[in-house]
Structures are given as C-alpha cells and as structure tokens.
Design a protein around this ligand. Structure first.
Ligand code: ATP
Ligand code: MG
Length: 559
C-alpha cells in the first residue's frame, strides 16, 4: 500500500505497513468481520465490513466472514441469513471462508483443558453475584476467589463434569487465573466458560458449557490465521486479555493483532442492536428492513446503493476517537451516486388537473427527452403530451408572491421538455375550496428543442399527460427520530418522530414506469430520488422516496 495524495494512509494502514516491513506473519494481511447473529446489520457494521474487506483487497490479502455465535439464547438462523445477504450485497467476498465460532467449540475446549493443566485456569463454585462483588473497582483491587488455588487435577475433573452436564446453570464457571489486582478490570480472573443448558442453532444440544466472547474471539482469530483483528474502541481495554489468551496457545511466530477504531455514530439515529430489535418488536417500524431503519436491509429497501455506502465510508474515514457523523453526509453520498446513475422520470405526487384550452382535442405529441443528462449513454425516451395534464398542486397559487416562479393567474411557465403555457383561469372545489382545475393556453411555437423555442420564462414545471398517466403509491420517509442524539436522556423512544412515514396514494407517473421492478431507481424531476419498493406489484406500483433533491450537506460545504 503506497500513500498518495488522493489516499493518505489511515492509521490502520500505517500499522499494517510497519508490520509488513518488520516481516510479521510473513507479510500476510488477513482480516475478518465477526458479527454476532443476534440482529440485522446496520450502517455501523457496513463501515466495519467495508474497512475490513477494503484492507484485505488493498494488501492482496484475505477476508473472512465469521459468526461469533457463542451465545445460544439470542441467536437465530434468520439473522445468519440476513447478515450473509447484506455482506454479499456490500461486495465483501469471503470466498470459501465462511466460519462460525461454534465450529471451534471442540478446539476451544481442548485448549481450555491445556490451560487448566498449565495451572492458568480454575473452576469457581461461587455465584455470578459473588464473583462480581469480588471484582473490586478500577481503583480498588479485587478479592481472590477461595477456589483459586485448586489443583489442576481437581479443576480438570470439575471442568469435565461441567461439560458432562452434571451441574445447573450458574453453578460453576471456568475462570482464567490472571491477576485480581490488575488495574485493568478485564484481567481480574475473567470467566472463560459458563454453564448454559440451552439449544444452540448449530451445535444443537451437544454443549452445555459455552465460551465467553473474550476467550472465543482471539482464539478464533488465531485458528483462522487472522493477522489484523480490527474492532471498535470499546474493545481497547480487552486487548491485554486478548493477548493473554493468545499467549496461552501460541505455538509459532504467527500471531494475530487487535487494532481498535472509533465506531460509527450517526446523528438522528439509534444504532444499538438491542434498541433496533425493540423498534421492530414493539412495531414502531414495519420490520428490520423498514426503509426508516439504519439497517443495511432498510437502507437497501430505501434505495441506497452499496456504492453510496462505500462513498460514505470513505468520506467518514477511520478515526481513533469517537464522534458523531451528520446523517446529511449519508444522504449526500446517495445523491452523489444516483445523480450519475438514476434515470430521470416525471412523477406528480399531489396532482391537480390542468387543461390546455387551445391544444387540439385528441392530439398526442411525443416529446423526446433525455434519460440522464449526466450519462450520455443513457439515451432518450418519448413522453406523450396531450390536452389534459397533471401538475403538482403546490406549483400553483391563486395569489402568488412576486418571486414564485411557478404558475398563477396570468403567469407563464415552461412544461419541462414541452411547451410554454399561460394560466388563464382556474376552478376551486365548491366544498373544500381547494384548487380543482387549472385552465391554460399554450404557445405552439415554444416547443422545447424546436426552432422558436428560444423564448425564456422563469419557471419550469414537471407534468404528466392525464390520459397516459399511471397510478402509484409513494411513501415519503422522514427521520425516525426528531432529536439529533436520540439516545441522550431517559428513553430514546420519546424521541421518535410521529410523522416519519407519509403515504401518498394518488400519484401520477409517466407511462414508461409501468414495467418497473422492485429496486429500480429514478430521479423524479424536481422532487428527489425514488426507488420501487418490495411491496410493488404490476397491479399496484409502490415507490419509496430515498432522499429529496435538496442537499443540506453540499450547501453547508458551499457547493
Ligand atoms: P451489540 O450492539 O450487540 O454490542 P455490535 O453492534 O457490537 O452489537 P457485533 O455483531 O458484535 O455487533 O459487531 C460485529 C462487528 O461490527 C464488530 O467488530 C464491531 O466492532 C463492529 N461494529 C459494530 N457496531 C459498529 C459501528 N457502529 N461502527 C463500526 N463498527 C461497528
Ligand atoms: Mg458486539
């Protein structure tokens, strides 16, 4: 990896470069992503996947996907499946290296016996409460367990009986014998195994002792030949224990190394899996892939592309200190990507009928229009134009202010890709008082792209031909939380935005959208980026708004 101006090294790359220079692990780079299958992945995990996979790619190394499935009570196959789908979608290829920590239960058990025989682990008969009380505080040393000095033989016998199912949950644990006076609380004789008579999603009822995270994690890295075990900052204080456990089993020069970086936090967003699960279970959202969720599946359904998440991860960079990233940066990234890729289309979300009095009855003209001005290869399509069209209700005002460059009595606008029209009259609904029909005339010499179309007017409106329009439902999403940091304060749920979903049922789309499929993405002219939702069918089209066009991030940066 060579530094250049466009890609200054992040601090992890600097470490890897040094390791390679020193010839550590024969210059290999091997990373992994180790999710616990107890929920769906979120944008923070995406950041970690993109980072770990990116490092493996840059150094021509390898990347593993490993499920950290050491906790049988919270883990489910549904989560395993969704995680694999999401990692794949992000383009992180684990090739044939899909692993489960549970695959290593036998090896871990064998090593535990070895550590017991070396006198470095013991079986403790005390309850979890007592063990916790004896741990002390960061400023007060802990108290050694009265069972700490059992002989290796006695420990081995008890540990084997734990495994054989002779004891109840919580009756005994296996603890590493490290140092109860260590200033690092994690080094105070941490638990390695607990008894749990629980069914495991992969090992079934084979085990009733399960390894703790710290014990299983480093050893799994070791078994897989991981060189750089990248994780988030909260594990920094676990690192001495990670190293201690590796020391117990290391046999050659090869050694994995833990490196911590700052987890991704986003404004207006809750990221903890426990809280995301709560939002799903208590039906604040419609499932893990609800487009308002910060989950990868939610973002995908919302219309985010994997490329946009990579752009975002790149902009965020790799930090050593925790911070909060403005969610506007994420929205900026999808606009940047879709501006290049999304086909433009005409869609009227809140329609009002507009009749062009001097346009010939029954005439339909085909207006050729570009599919994407940012992509010359995207081609063109024809938009049918006729006497009756729809425009947005809010593009018309009865008594508009001077700077309203849209339609009002006596005013002129251009219909995008078509003619200049002038508002001659309007009709209100007798009951609601709302605008019902707008009457205009058009200037036949003003057709876009034609001779004589040079005449300029200030405003341009999007439209669809009424007789050709197709119906659709459009879902508008707002932030799920009204507070910038929803987790501050008593209960994050009090910060839920009650107006986070607005459904528009009577939208009118240009006819070319008739044959779309879920996932297809468009820029609806003047409105934003939209994608076809999973609920969409040939009978009932459903679109999601990914983001509106306005880019507060670019604005902030003065772009
Ligand atoms: P929990 O909320 O249950 O603690 P977790 O978010 O830590 O879960 P894991 O499945 O343990 O979930 O995470 C897998 C990997 O993703 C870990 O290496 C973790 O450090 C990383 N990760 C989790 N959250 C973030 C985040 N917000 N930003 C970057 N990486 C993250
Ligand atoms: Mg975790």
């Amino acid at each position: 990896m060579i530094e250049n101006e466009k890609h200054p090294l992040n601090f992890i790359e600097t470490i890897i470069n040094e390791d390679i220079k020193e010839g550590k692990n024969a210059g290999r780079v091997h990373t992994r992503f180790p999710p616990e299958p107890n929920g769906y992945l979120h944008i923070g995990h995406a950041k970690s996947i993109i980072l770990n996979y990116g490092l493996a790619k840059k150094y021509s190394g390898k990347f593993n996907l490993r499920f950290d499935d050491t906790n049988p009570t919270k883990e489910e196959q549904e989560y395993v499946d969704s995680i694999m789908e999401d990692v794949k979608w992000l383009g992180a290829d684990w090739e044939d290296r899909l692993f489960f920590a549970s695959d290593y239960f036998d090896q871990l058990y064998e090593w535990a016996e070895k550590i017991i025989l070396a006198g470095n682990a013991f079986v403790d008969d005390q309850s979890a409460e007592i063990i916790s009380e004896q741990r002390g505080t960061p400023t007060k040393p802990g108290i050694e367990s009265p069972f700490r000095n059992r002989t290796p033989e006695e420990n081995l016998d008890l540990f084997r009986r734990m495994k054989a199912g002779e004891f109840q949950n919580g009756e005994r644990v296996l603890r590493a014998k490290v140092d109860m006076a260590s200033p690092n609380m994690h080094m105070r004789d941490p638990v390695m195994y607990r008894i749990l008579h629980a069914h495991h999603h992969r090992t079934g009822d084979k085990w009733c002792v399960y390894p703790m995270y710290d014990w299983a994690h480093g050893e799994s890295d070791y078994l897989e030949g991981i060189t750089h075990s990248v994780c988030t900052l909260e594990f920094e204080v676990h690192r001495p224990l990670y190293d201690w456990f590796v020391n117990q089993i290391q046999e050659t020069d090869y050694r994995p190394r833990q490196i911590e970086f700052a987890r991704l936090n986003l404004s207006y967003t809750v990221m903890s899996k426990r809280k995301l699960l709560e939002l799903v279970k208590e039906r604040y959202v419609n499932g893990w892939d609800d487009p308002r969720m910060p989950t990868i599946s939610g973002l995908r359904r919302r219309g985010y592309t994997s490329e946009s998440l990579k752009l975002f991860a790149d902009k965020v960079g790799v930090a050593k200190r925790n911070n909060v990233i403005d969610v506007a940066l994420l929205e900026h990234s999808i606009r940047e990507d879709l501006n290049q890729k999304a086909t433009r289309a005409m869609a009227v979300l809140d329609p009002v009928k507009l009749i062009i009095a001097n346009y010939p009855d029954g005439l339909v003209e085909e207006m050729e229009t570009e599919n994407n001005p940012e992509d010359k290869d995207a081609g063109t399509r024809n938009l049918p134009f006729s006497k009756e069209i729809y425009i947005e209700k809010n593009d018309f005002m009865i008594d508009p202010p001077r700077k309203f460059f849209r339609l009002g009595p006596g005013r002129e606008v251009r219909l995008k890709g078509a003619y200049i029209i002038k508002c001659e009259d309007y009709k209100l609904n007798s009951e609601t008082g709302e605008i019902e029909t707008i009457y205009c005339t058009y200037d036949p010499d003003s057709r876009s792209g034609m001779e004589g179309s040079k005449r300029k007017v200030k405003g341009t409106l999007h439209w669809v031909s009424a007789q050709h329009a197709i119906d659709a439902e459009v879902r508008l999403f707002d932030r799920l939380f009204i507070s910038e940091s929803p987790e501050d304060g008593e209960d994050y749920k009090t910060n839920i935005n009650p107006g986070s979903l607005k459904i528009l049922e009577n939208c009118k789309l240009e006819p070319s959208l008739k044959t779309v499929s879920p996932g297809d993405k468009f820029q609806f002219q003047r409105l934003g980026y939209f994608c076809v939702d999973l609920d969409s069918t040939a009978e009932k089209l459903v679109f999601n708004r990914t983001v509106p066009l306005r880019d507060s991030w670019a604005k902030m940066r003065g772009k």
